[in-house]
Design a protein around this ligand. Structure first.
Ligand code: HEC
Ligand code: HEC
Length: 205
């Protein structure tokens, strides 16, 4: 039957389309050896030294410990204001990170997808509100209009390394706007960042 022959490829095409819209959390795979080189070339090693050596930031061993990939992005998010002041003070320009470099750094700092656990989008929605993201951003047109609408789909919602690179690049600017507007700069812990991104992934169009 003609209908039957057409229907099968259509179902297959629909499934393929659904899979490409929601491929789950994709991941750029990094390399620890390259990550070590990135850690040095991007000035991280300048402030994060091995235990026992004086450095401006926490010791390398504190950064390099088994953790989830989104958990590490949360920690990188947190330290932007402090690092921003430290960099301005030392007159070093903010080091930009690409997705590939962030994936390499993740591998070097022992951040592992297997430790991300199962993210909870409902909790992520609460986190988005509790962290005050909507004091600057809109979500599907609601909220503030100081910063881009987070309801717009971004490839970074699918990949921790891409998300980390975006966070790393944008946090100095965010921290500056927060300071200028008297908004408390949000901090992350544990699975909060993973949940928040899972929520954005589930709602974005
Ligand atoms: C100019 C100094 C400086 C540079 C350069 C720097 N950091 Fe930091 N970093 C800090 C300071 C200071 C803190 C503590 C800030 C805080 O807790 O608010 C910190 C904290 C961190 C933390 C959180 C540690 C924790 O205990 O949770 C991570 C992760 C981190 N840095 C990674 C990096 C990476 C990766 C780079 C390079 C791309 C880097 N840092 C470059 C100064 C620096
Ligand atoms: C104090 C205001 C402020 C707060 C609070 C804030 N942001 Fe932002 N955010 C900005 C600004 C400003 C930009 C644009 C930065 C730039 O590109 O110069 C931005 C950019 C971004 C981007 C990149 C957007 C793009 O595609 O270019 C993301 C993602 C983001 N913020 C996520 C968040 C999340 C998640 C929260 C809450 C945890 C948050 N922001 C809280 C001000 C803020």
């Amino acid at each position: 039957m003609r209908g039957g022959r057409v229907a099968v490829p259509l179902v297959a095409a629909a499934l393929a389309a659904a899979a490409s819209v929601h491929p789950g959390a994709a991941a750029t795979v990094g390399d620890a050896g390259r990550g070590r080189a990135v850690f040095e070339s991007k000035q991280c090693a300048r402030c994060h030294r091995p235990e026992g050596q004086a450095g401006v930031g926490p010791a390398l061993e504190k950064l390099r410990q088994p953790q989830g990939t989104f958990e590490l992005v949360g920690r990188m998010w947190n330290h932007a204001p402090a690092m921003f002041s430290a960099l301005a003070w030392e007159a070093i320009p903010w080091p930009a990170l690409s997705t590939a470099e962030t994936a390499d750094l993740m591998a070097y700092l022992k951040a592992d997808r297997a430790r991300d656990g199962t993210a909870d989008p409902l909790r992520g929605q609460d986190t988005l509100v509790a962290k005050g993201c909507l004091k600057c951003h809109a979500l599907h047109g609601e909220g503030a209009a100081v910063a881009p609408d987070l309801g717009r789909w971004r490839p970074q919602y699918e990949d921790a390394a891409a998300w980390g690179a975006t966070v790393w690049t944008h946090t100095p600017r965010m921290a500056e706007v927060a300071r200028a507007r008297g908004i408390l700069y949000p901090r992350f812990e544990g699975s909060q960042m993973a949940n928040l991104v899972a929520f954005l992934r589930s709602t974005a169009k």
